[in-house]
Design a binder for this molecule. Structure first.
Ligand SMILES: Nc1nc2c(c(=O)[nH]1)N[C@H]1C(S)=C(S)[C@@H](COP(=O)(O)O)O[C@H]1N2
Ligand SMILES: [Mo]
Length: 386
């Protein structure tokens, strides 16, 4: 695969380029200088791709308009009345199914915590220049659709199937590579029974920004796997080396490191910021007295088993209480901690640990793309005297 980093002025056919190339519209991937502020380009991305307002951690199910968004290119224009999905590649019976066909198949609803793999990126030092998420690229919605596995089996999978490629209807250029948004899943993951072709979010048809009329839902995996505006499924007998699998979404320490693929969501807990905020800084003001500090916790690897809370910037930790699971194994879980706030300045944090033993680091888990940064959150709180 050719990326911007490989291209200078020469072209594959050996001719000299006489005008601009696609590489000219992208920049190379880059780390911000130590004191470099967020740029207008990053602000432009952040304004398109909003996060969950943290007070919305109060809802068991995130209302659609408050769920975070991540859209690499443009929201494509698709007509639900005519939209069809093709299933092909290394299958015995390639087919085309309409949305109406899919709606007639058995339907399932899963409550799923979706989190962008780039969540936490803008808090890294040095900061990878990209969509500048802090901690808010998360939501917990109910997705209704039909399971993917029976469709794949009906299509007739060969024993040599390796990857399943999912292609969206959106098109763009990234680091000089023109592409449809495409992501592959290993065949075993594509066949997990909880993987859905989803046409509804929170009981209503998908909104344009969330993939209308059809998207993939891969419970437990970071957001990039949940291909929106799904138009084709292609079974491959060799590993897929498309941009979003082979170049982006890898945990690399430097530009030459092939890195590991980003897959499942690392454990994280977020605090629902208590009290009320300052407009500009969003620092919290909390009245002295008893206060229930709460929030949500999730992991894509295994159920969350403990959440610890700190009110002294990580110097000491106490166990929070976990509410009973609400909505199944792929949904976030509420936690709470009773605190009596006395005048002073505090930094509140929460730290989730899952049944696989994974927990949140107190040192940043740095990588070049800024993925899977589940460093514990810091919420500054001032409890005024009197
Ligand atoms: N076709 C397509 N699917 C996509 C994307 C995209 O840009 N195009 N973004 C992915 C990423 S990186 C994330 S985090 C999730 C975001 O889903 P949401 O916007 O519904 O929250 O969609 C994923 N699916
Ligand atoms: Mo993402």
């Amino acid at each position: 695969m050719t990326t911007l980093d490989d291209r200078t002025t020469s072209r594959p056919d050996g001719a000299e380029a006489s005008g601009p190339t696609l590489a000219d519209v992208s920049g190379p991937s880059r780390l911000a200088a130590p004191d470099e502020a967020i740029s207008a380009d990053e602000l432009q991305l952040a304004a398109r791709n909003h996060g969950l307002p943290l007070e919305a951690l109060r809802y068991d199910v995130t209302p659609a308009g408050l769920h975070y968004l991540l859209i690499h290119y443009d929201i494509p224009e698709l007509d639900p009345a005519t939209h069809a999905l093709t299933i092909g590649g290394a299958v015995e019976r390639p087919s085309t199914v309409t949305l109406a066909d899919l709606r007639e198949r058995p339907s399932v609803t899963h409550r799923v915590t979706l989190e962008c793999a780039g969540n936490g990126r803008a808090l890294l030092h040095p900061r990878p220049v990209s969509q500048p998420w802090l901690v808010e690229a998360v939501g917990n919605a109910e997705w209704t659709g039909t399971p993917l596995a029976p469709l794949l089996r009906e299509a007739g999978l060969g024993a040599d199937a390796v990857d399943v490629v999912f292609t969206g209807a959106d098109h763009g250029v990234e680091r000089g590579v023109e592409q449809d948004y495409q992501r592959a899943l290993p065949i075993a993951d594509a066949l997990r029974e909880e993987v859905l072709l989803a046409y509804e979010m929170n009981g209503a048809p998908l909104l344009p920004q969330h993939g209308a009329p059809l998207r993939l839902i891969v419970p437990g995996w970071y957001g990039m796997a949940h291909v929106k505006w799904l138009q084709s499924i292609d079974v491959r007998t060799t590993p897929f080396d498309g941009y979003q699998n082979a170049v982006a979404y890898r945990l690399r320490q430097n530009a030459d490191d092939p890195g590991e693929a980003v897959t499942r969501i690392e454990p994280r807990a977020l605090v629902r910021p208590p009290g009320f905020p300052d407009f500009m800084t969003r620092r919290r003001v909390l009245r002295a007295g008893p206060c229930t500090v709460d929030g949500r916790a999730w992991s894509g690897h295994a159920p969350v088993v403990t959440v610890e809370v700190s009110v002294d910037d990580g110097a000491s930790w106490a166990l929070a209480e976990l509410d009973p699971p609400a909505g199944g194994e792929f949904a976030w879980r509420r936690w709470r901690y009773e605190w009596t706030a006395t005048p002073g300045r505090y930094v509140l944090s929460a730290r989730a640990t899952d049944a696989s033993g994974r927990t949140q680091p107190v040192e940043q888990p740095w990588n070049r793309g800024g993925f899977a940064n589940n460093l514990v959150q810091r919420v500054e709180v001032v409890v005024p005297a009197g």
